[in-house]
Design a protein around this ligand. Sequence first.
Ligand SMILES: Nc1ncnc2c1ncn2[C@@H]1O[C@H](COP(=O)(O)OP(=O)(O)OP(=O)(O)O)[C@@H](O)[C@H]1O
Length: 245
Amino acid sequence: MIEVRDLRVSYGGRVVADVPELDVGAGECVAIVGESGSGKSTTLLSLLGLTPDAEISGHVSVCGVDVLTAPPRRLREIRGARVALVMQSPQAALSPATRLGVLMRRALKLHGRGRVEETMAQAMDAVLLDREILRRYPHEISGGQAQRFAIALAIALGAEVILADEPTSALDVTVQAEVVGVLHRLRAERGLALLLVSHDLALVSTIADRVLVMRDGAVVESGPAARVLSEPAHPYTRELLEALP
Ligand SMILES: Nc1ncnc2c1ncn2[C@@H]1O[C@H](COP(=O)(O)OP(=O)(O)OP(=O)(O)O)[C@@H](O)[C@H]1O
C-alpha cells in the first residue's frame, strides 16, 4: 500500500527527511519514532504530497499512485478517501458549528458514497462509538471520542491506509489504550495499512510490526519492532528507550 524509495525532503537546501526505504503492506503497522524535529511528520505528509514548499525527490507510491509525479486530480482521488490522515487534535479540524452526523454525511456525499446512513452506523460501530454521538457538536465529545470519530470517518469513506501523526499524545493513558485498541482491531479485521508517527515507544511496542528510528532527518535504525525495541543496534535508539519511564 505504501512504498518509499530514496525519499529526500529539503527546505531551503536543508535536508529534513531522508528515508531510503519504507514499505507498509495491507494489515501492517509501521511506526516512525524519534525526537521532535527529526523529520517524522514531514515524511508522513510527503506521502500525500502535502509538503508544497519543499524540494522533494525519490519514489513514493501510495495505493498505486506515484505521489511525486501524479497530477493533482490523481492525488485528490486518494486523499481523504483511500488514504486518511489522523492528526493529534482532531477536534481542531472539525467545524465547531456542525453536528458530527452532518459532517460525516457531507463527506460521504462529497465522495459519492451510497447507503449513507447504513455506512455511518457501521463506521461508528467499528470504532465502538455510540451512534447517538452523531447528533452532537464537536465540543460535546471528549478527545478520545473525537479521535475515534476521525477514525470512523476514515472507515466510512473506505480508507485502505491510515497515516496517524501522534494520534494519542493529546489523550490520557486509558483513553490512549482505547484508541490504539481500535486501530489494532481495524488493521486486523479490515486489512488497513497503518503508518504511525509517535515519540511514544511504549505505544509503538503495543501495535507496530516494524519501526523506523529517525534523528535529524535521517533513519538511524529500522527493523522488526520486537528486535529494535529489545535489542537496539543504534546508540540513539538505546537513548530513546532509556528515556522511557
Ligand atoms: N514548511 C516548512 N518550512 C521549513 N522547515 C520546515 C517546514 N516543515 C518542517 N520543517 C522543518 O523540518 C524539520 C523536521 O520537522 P518535522 O515536523 O518533520 O519533525 P517531527 O519529527 O515530526 O517533529 P515533531 O515531533 O515536533 O512534530 C524541522 O527542523 C522543521 O523545522
